[in-house]
Write a protein that binds this ligand. Structure first.
Ligand code: MG
Length: 160
């Protein structure tokens, strides 16, 4: 395989009452949270798919099926750690990642430094290699109606 490879990931989770909101590995104060089999950390899920895609190692659902009770309520940080292990086993390290979270509410900008620190520790790369951006969708579509949160991620991996 090539010495440098790129991957792309996308994920969506529904916003509902009665769930905690976990994004980028941290808990965010919010009246509603994301629904999912795991903790539904949509940011980490998109990042995992970008990393797996870069290494051509299928997707997050392949490695952590939502039919498996082992992953019910799972901390997505543990899934990301496992994805990093899979990539390392293939002889790659993470170069840099760039992530865009699409959410109408809550406002995420003040939480981004904490997310970056959290992800940098798990991936074991410098914080300057992790970019997280937040945007609304101008009240358009399911994100704009606050029915859910979407995340896009790209990742570069390099042959060790
Ligand atoms: Mg997901």
């Amino acid at each position: 395989m090539a010495s440098v490879r790129i991957g792309f990931g996308y994920d969506v989770h529904r916003l509902v009452e009665g769930r905690e909101l976990w994004l980028g590995g941290i808990k965010i104060d919010s009246p509603r949270g994301l629904l999912g089999h795991s903790d539904a950390d949509v940011l980490i899920h998109a990042l995992c798919d970008a990393l797996l895609g870069a290494a051509n190692c299928r997707d997050i659902g392949f490695h952590f099926p939502d039919t498996d009770l082992k992953y019910k309520g799972a901390d997505s940080k543990l899934l990301l750690a496992e994805v990093v292990r899979i990539i390392t086993a293939r002889g790659y390290r993470v170069g840099n990642v760039d992530i865009t979270v699409c959410a109408e509410a809550p406002k995420l900008n003040s939480h981004i430094p904490s997310m970056v620190d959290c992800l940098a520790k798990i991936i074991n790369i410098g914080a300057d290699n992790i970019s997280i951006k937040a945007t609304t969708t101008e009240k358009l579509g399911f994100v704009g109606r606050e029915e859910g949160i979407a995340t896009y991620a790209v990742a570069l991996i390099e042959k060790i």
